[in-house]
Design a protein around this ligand. Sequence first.
Ligand SMILES: [Zn+2]
Length: 263
Amino acid sequence: MITTLHDLQPAFHTWLDEWHAAQGFESDYRVLADTLGLTVKAATRSMYDAATQTIYIERNLHPLRERHEGLHEVTHHLFQTAQAGAFHRAAQQLGKALKSRQDAEEGIVQEASWRLLMPPHRVNEVCRVTTTDVEAMVQLARMCRASFEFAAWRVAGTLTRPVRGVVLDSRGWVLASFGNNVGTAKYTPGRGFFVDAMHPLQQITETNQVVEFKAAIPFKRGRVGWRVSMEAWKDSKRFQTLAVFDTRISKNHGMEPLLEVDT
Ligand SMILES: [Zn+2]
């Protein structure tokens, strides 16, 4: 019996992971759409239309973005139709207390779609073969052809200690900020600002390797925090730097074993 949003999310994840396993963890949204009998059309904006069983995908998106938006819209369809619509009805019931029903579904679908892109066994795999969070995130992004931002959210969401960080472009602009809502990781740095040119994050010269240093977390609102241990990865192909903060307990992801490994 699903009575809160807090219960609905894991219940849908469980259902989704099983469904996805039955599809051989296919991650091409066009193949999944075809399996589900959905029509895929190009449009000015991505959306799922339940009435016509059609997925509209925005034209001219970057391939990684298109890949994710396609899976996102497939997930809307799954959420609305799974278990004869039971999850969807529960969200509508629970959503009455929220700003809108749409918000309840949107949040659940967003996180759930990351599982289609980066299934649990893939997350286990990268966490097993890496010793730092930042490396696990980079490996996951590469393995699943996902953005650094979504791979970071996915790894952080799997760990039970505080994990937070940022993704910067080559100029030091904060493209994304992530945190798993545990302890200090409730306070993410924010996005859409430049990290100071003198900050160690902006001084990294080594590429495609984990760099460790101590520095203050750059917050959008200019708060100067304590110096904390950081791990960063400057990627020469993606022209982005992924950084994880408060990493003093992140070796081996702070837990062993991480999750049951499904092989
Ligand atoms: Zn959506």
